[in-house]
Design a protein around this ligand. Structure first.
Ligand SMILES: C[S@@+](CC[C@H](N)C(=O)[O-])C[C@H]1O[C@@H](n2cnc3c(N)ncnc32)[C@H](O)[C@@H]1O
Length: 255
């Protein structure tokens, strides 16, 4: 059922039975999200560059810097959760070649792209973020870029992050957020017209990119994400907005 232009959620649990602007059963959300990323995987990186005019690279460079800072002096693997085509994981591995870097993702198609890019240098884990086959308290840090809003149970995934992190370990979370009021109309035009048109032309999948825009609209604002992180067992140590709040970096240490 379509709900029209989706309203921004206040809690992550409100996303569990949605897919873009539709209400769906939880199992259907999982299937639809997986199919979508399997479909768009070969064009995913090109689309990111086109949609963001390359700015996502700068946001990710800051995320990598922050992850390296969090890893400093710690042993144990870095998990790039919902790591997609592996760009963050590879950037971290290049700077810390002796660190085990695991790309974990629910989409076999996205992981295959990561494998082609990262070869033997990275480890690959085909798994749901809500139930990771990793021991308690073992990861030195987790990066999670643009993945949280797509998860079947995003609040459960945050609790799972807290479970696998070693004491003092950090989650470095990059996600879309709510842009400043003056910038919102410009961003709204870009989201409404440019992104679906690029999706149709380049990825030949307008529906997938309409979903991405709707999922961004629905995703809770930064203050609500801070509350969710605290509810999952984290203490937020740093936030940093990008492009007038279009995206937000949260750095959160497990308590
Ligand atoms: C927008 S992409 C982000 C990929 C990459 N981190 C980046 O920044 O480009 C979202 C990723 O989340 C993954 N994903 C969605 N639901 C997931 C889940 N429940 N568990 C693990 N990964 C999931 C998708 O397969 C996809 O690769």
């Amino acid at each position: 059922m379509s709900t029209g232009k989706p309203a921004r959620a206040a809690r992550l649990d409100e996303l569990r039975e949605t897919f873009g602007d539709r209400q769906v059963a939880e199992g259907e959300r999982k299937r639809e999200v997986n199919d979508l990323f399997d479909r768009i995987a070969p064009r995913y990186d090109l689309m990111n560059d086109l949609m963001s005019f390359g700015t996502h690279r700068m946001w990710k460079a800051v995320t990598v810097r922050e992850a390296l800072r969090q890893l400093d002096g710690k042993t144990g693997p870095l998990v790039d959760l919902a790591g997609g085509t592996g760009d963050l994981a590879l950037a971290i591995k290049e700077r810390e070649p002796t660190r085990q870097v695991i790309v974990a993702d629910a989409s076999a198609g996205m992981l295959e792209q990561a494998r082609q890019r990262g070869g033997d240098g990275l480890n690959y884990l085909h798994a749901d973020a809500e139930a990771l086959p990793l021991e308690d308290g073992t990861a030195a840090a987790i990066t999670l870029a643009f993945g949280l809003r797509n998860m079947t149970d995003p609040a459960g995934a945050l609790r799972e992050c807290a479970r696998i992190l070693a004491p003092g370990g950090s989650l470095v979370l990059l996600e879309f957020s709510r842009p400043a009021a003056w910038f919102a109309p410009f961003y709204g035009l870009h989201s409404r017209w440019v992104i679906p048109a690029l999706g149709a032309l380049v990825a030949r999948d307008k529906g997938a990119y309409t979903y991405l825009v709707d999922s961004i609209r629905r995703f809770p604002a930064a203050g609500d994400i801070t509350r969710e992180l605290e509810g999952a067992g984290f203490h937020v140590t740093r936030t940093r907005p990008f492009m007038f709040g279009v995206a937000m970096l949260h750095v959160a240490e497990v308590t």
